[in-house]
Design a protein around this ligand. Structure first.
Ligand code: NAD
Length: 248
């Protein structure tokens, strides 16, 4: 039996970047995986289910469809998210509501819909994609950081609530990861090469994190091998949170 043999997972935002890398890695390790995303264009063996995490009916239908097709659910990777730039002055109420709706309420909706299935699993795990910005202040990310701070707190609260039901809840805190999202961000910069160099220099490793490196951390947390790990955040950030290096 492989590590994830017989287990069934949903990955939100599973059609791109970190979510796609995670879905593929779990599938490689023997898990049956459905991606719940606005974009349904994933390749087999992944099952692509159209789902908008801002719409409760869409989420319930998507989670039920995934559980029906896979024969149940053991693992939820709450990963769908969107970005926002600027200081606290730069986004209006509508934008604050829009980003919280995807990044925080989306996780709430998906988890709510999945819990009845997870309660029937013998290896239930929820892994949330949080961010370095939940634990470190970076400039021009006030709204985005606020959503990820909420994800960190929500992870801890859910871990406490569902411990007795045998459901582990954890999160990963990636640094800047080389995904299509960052590609779009760089494309909008005045000088994309300089912007990329600045993002790389911000991480002690001097490079961006890869989607595969984040996926490996999510897979560890989701694995039955991590059965003693709950209510914790795993940094995958090239040392950005923990290290204070001397300048060369
Ligand atoms: P990405 O843009 O490559 O992928 C995000 C996916 O989420 C897309 O497939 C998109 O269609 C989907 N999505 C967006 N809104 C949705 C909605 N309403 N319903 C369903 N699906 C939706 O982004 P990524 O870089 O892989 O980011 C994934 C997660 O990682 C996000 O939660 C992000 O906040 C987090 N993160 C990213 C980085 C980074 O540097 N890339 C760093 C830290 C954390």
């Amino acid at each position: 039996m492989t590590e994830f043999g017989g287990l069934r997972a949903i990955v939100t935002g599973g059609a791109s970047g970190i979510g796609l890398a995670t879905a593929n890695l779990l599938a490689e390790r023997g898990c049956a995986v459905a991606s719940l995303d606005l974009d349904t264009g994933v390749k087999e063996p992944l099952l692509g289910i159209g789902c908008d995490v801002t719409d409760d009916a869409s989420v319930r239908a998507g989670v039920d469809a995934a559980a029906g097709a896979l024969g149940g659910l053991d693992i939820v990777v709450n990963n769908a998210g969107i970005g926002a730039q600027g200081t606290v002055e730069d986004n209006d109420d509508e934008e604050w509501a829009r980003v919280f709706d995807v990044n925080v309420y989306g996780m709430v909706r998906v988890t709510r819909a999945a819990l009845p299935y997870l309660r029937r699993s013998r290896h239930a795990a929820i892994v949330n994609t949080c961010s370095i910005v939940a634990t470190a202040g970076v400039p021009q990310r006030a709204l985005y950081s606020a959503t990820k701070g909420a994800v960190l707190s929500l992870t801890l609260a859910m871990a406490a609530d569902h411990l007795a039901e045998g459901i582990r809840v954890t999160c990963v805190n990636p640094g800047t990861a080389d995904t299509p999202w960052i590609g779009r961000l760089l494309a909008r910069a005045d000088d994309p090469a300089a912007e990329r160099a600045a993002l790389e220099a911000r991480q002690p490793t001097g490079r961006l994190v890869s989607a595969d490196e984040v996926a490996a951390a999510i897979a560890y947390l989701a694995s039955p091998l991590a059965s003693a790990t709950t209510g914790t955040a795993l940094a995958v950030d090239g040392g950005m949170q923990g290290l204070r290096l001397r300048r060369p």
